[in-house]
Design a protein around this ligand. Structure first.
Ligand SMILES: Nc1nc2c(ncn2[C@@H]2O[C@H](COP(=O)(O)OP(=O)(O)OP(=O)(O)O)[C@@H](O)[C@H]2O)c(=O)[nH]1
Ligand SMILES: [Mg+2]
Length: 273
């Protein structure tokens, strides 16, 4: 059993006085602190739904504000006292996540969209996979038990084709590619050295974890419809950006030892306040 994981014993408080363990479910207590990074651009109306599902045991929440013109920052501070707000200097979701990751102090980092499409109750599944030995817990809407209410047929097709290309070119066995709900140990950041700005960020992460020989476990996840507001993603424009990243990464050398990519089913660029 991993040294980070301890089964919660019925009738016994897993948080004994000198123990760093915290209970995350009725059967599991973990030691590593968990940071949740939420990129948000004009998501004030959606944040109440997102925060409602976040577990109380997480160590910190980092909201990366994409220069929102609505009340995103105020609402986030009201909903989660102690939240860290990172003011994004650049543009795009990739740039936002890189800034947010740099501000994390937890050992485990979970990325969660702010549009109400991700259910925070699933975080326990991601964290369980990590404390059980995975380096990178990759959400999948198309793994057994996952699903999506949000994707249009054209996005499904594009995601499927791009996912097949990544699998063929990098020896992965992914069932999903462009999905924003993932979690990983902080040490992964040194190995994947993210350098992108837009919605291609998840694809870049998924490719680089394989190239780095990290242990990846897919986690079935359900994507709900965005609750309020408009998508920031353009299927054609961002699909082409994803394709460009795939082709560019193919031309680069592998960064580490290879392992079977899926088993079982920077510099601070933002201002923290
Ligand atoms: N900080 C920041 N957040 C962003 C930026 N672009 C997108 N986001 C956030 O990233 C998350 C995903 O963006 P969405 O627009 O929902 O993209 P999507 O999930 O592919 O599209 P939908 O399926 O329509 O929801 C949301 O929480 C956005 O607010 C940005 O430039 N800066
Ligand atoms: Mg969305």
């Amino acid at each position: 059993m991993s040294s980070f994981l301890r089964p919660a014993v019925e009738g016994q408080d897993p948080l004994i006085s000198d123990s760093p363990y915290r209970p995350v479910s009725s059967h599991l207590a973990i030691a590593p602190p968990v940071s949740v990074v939420i990129p948000a651009m004009n998501e004030a109306e959606n944040l109440p739904y997102v925060f409602k599902t976040l577990p109380a045991w997480i160590h910190e929440v980092i909201l990366v504000d994409g220069n929102s013109t609505d009340d995103t920052v105020r609402v986030a501070r009201d909903l989660w006292p102690g939240i860290k707000v990172v003011k994004q200097r650049g543009r795009g979701k990739g740039d936002a996540l890189i800034s947010g990751f740099a501000a994390c102090t937890g050992e485990i980092i979970v990325m969660v969209d702010a549009d109400g499409s991700a259910d925070g109750h699933e975080i326990v599944s991601y964290v369980s996979a990590l404390v059980s030995g995975a380096d990178f817990a990759k959400g999948s809407r198309f793994a057994n038990g996952g699903g999506t209410d949000d994707m249009t047929p054209i996005r499904k097709l594009g995601n499927r084709v791009l996912c097949a290309v990544v699998n063929a070119k990098f020896g992965a066995r992914y069932t999903d590619l462009c999905y924003g709900y993932n979690a990983f140990w902080r040490h992964c950041l040194d190995k994947i050295d993210l350098d992108c700005t837009g919605f291609e960020v998840e694809t870049l992460m998924n490719i680089r974890v394989v190239k780095a020989g990290l242990r990846v476990q897919e986690i079935p996840s359900h994507e709900y419809v965005r609750i309020h507001g408009m998508s920031n993603l353009s299927a054609v424009r961002d699909g082409l950006r994803v394709l460009r990243v795939i082709l560019k990464e193919q031309g680069k050398r592998r960064t580490g030892r290879r392992r079977p990519p899926v088993f079982a089913p920077g510099a601070s660029r933002g201002e923290v306040s």
